[in-house]
Each structure stands twice: as structure tokens, then as C-alpha cells.
Write a protein that binds this ligand. Structure first.
Ligand SMILES: [Fe+2]
Length: 198
């Protein structure tokens, strides 16, 4: 069964001014669609054809085309999922969990922002859950924590720091894009992903 480009739960212009409509349109309808099509082509008539995307990504020594496009498919699905116009605050229980793991929400954001800002070239920053604990890491290109990537756990929040994600609006100002990201995070969905990881 072929993977499908997911429909967004919001309009391309609804994340403005934090992410502009043109960037969203190209990012979803061109970049993510490209990863989806290339993934389907790469797995056609292979042993990966009937696996879930998680099962595919957890397979050791993936062929490059499947790794890059499978990661691109999965990472962008997660990214769209955890965004929402104006953002949604987390529950008090989840805020407590963040405080327990990082000291404070601001400390978590600072560590995440550092991971995102210092990822050289293209990649992603992640908040991961492992046995109930939270951690932060970053990966290169379209790698992600499900792969043998140096990260530990299940990704529950991710930020795309490829230039295609922000360059039209922010040019070289990646830190401004990272700061704007916090205003459109749907913490309800992040918490749902955390619960599912347990
Ligand atoms: Fe992207």
C-alpha cells in the first residue's frame, strides 16, 4: 500500500506570521510530496512494501533512497501534526513533566533551540521520549530518532531546520525561525505522542 501525502488540518496561510503561506505551500505540496513519491518508488517491489513507516525506519542499514525519502516522509508528517495556528498550551501534567526533565520550560526551549541552531547544514531538532523520560537531540538531513541516528527514543516534537523550511521569510536568521516556532506548537498533540510512546 502506497504512502500518501497527508492533508493539513489548517490552511497554508494560517501559521502566519510565523511561517509564511508560500513557504508552507512549497514545503508541503512540493518537498513533502516529493519525499512521499520517491519513497513509494523506492519501496515498490521490495521487502519494505508492506511495512509501516516506523518499521521501515527502524530497519538497520537502510538503502539510502529509502532512508532519505522515508525519513523525509515521516519527519514532515510529524512536523505538520505538531503545528497549529496560534499554538495550544500543554496540560499542567505535561508542563510538570518538562520541568522534571529540564528544570523549566524555558530551559527545555533553550536546549532545543541550541540543538536546532547548531545543527550544521540541513537537519532536524527533536524532543524525544524514552521510557517516560524526555531528551533533546538533532539529526542530519532527513535522519530521525527512530533510525540509528545517535538519538534515543521516540520523537514527539520536531523542528525542520532545512533552509527550505524558513529561507523565504527568514533568510539566514534561523534563530528567529526557531523562536517563532514555539508560538505555533500544539502541545496537546506532543503530549498525545508522549502517551503513545509509553
Ligand atoms: Fe522540510
Amino acid at each position: 500500500m502506497a504512502f500518501e501525502l497527508p492533508k493539513l488540518n489548517y490552511d497554508y496561510n494560517s501559521l502566519e506570521p510565523h511561517i509564511d503561506a508560500r513557504t508552507m505551500e512549497i514545503h508541503h505540496s512540493k518537498h513533502h510530496a516529493g519525499y512521499t513519491n520517491n519513497l513509494n518508488n523506492a519501496i515498490a517491489n521490495t521487502k519494505f512494501e508492506n511495512l509501516s513507516i516506523e518499521e521501515i525506519l527502524k530497519t538497520p542499514e537502510l538503502p539510502n533512497a529509502i532512508k532519505n525519502n522515508g525519513g523525509g516522509y515521516y519527519n514532515h508528517c510529524l512536523f505538520w501534526d505538531i503545528l497549529t495556528p496560534n499554538g495550544k498550551a500543554g496540560s499542567s501534567a505535561f508542563i510538570s513533566l518538562i520541568e522534571k526533565n529540564f528544570g523549566s520550560c524555558d530551559a527545555m526551549k533553550e536546549e532545543f533551540g541550541k540543538a536546532a541552531a547548531t545543527r550544521f547544514g540541513s537537519g532536524w531538532a527533536w524532543l524525544c521520549a524514552s521510557n517516560g523520560a524526555l531528551s533533546i537531540c538533532s539529526t542530519l538531513n532527513q535522519d530521525n530518532p527512530l533510525m540509528e541516528s545517535g538519538c534515543n527514543g521516540t520523537p514527539i516534537l520536531g523542528l525542520d531546520v532545512w533552509e527550505h523550511a524558513y529561507y523565504l521569510n527568514y533568510q539566514n536568521r534561523r534563530p528567529d525561525y526557531i523562536n517563532a516556532f514555539w508560538k505555533i506548537v500544539n502541545w496537546n498533540i506532543v503530549e498525545t505522542k508522549y502517551q503513545a510512546s509509553l
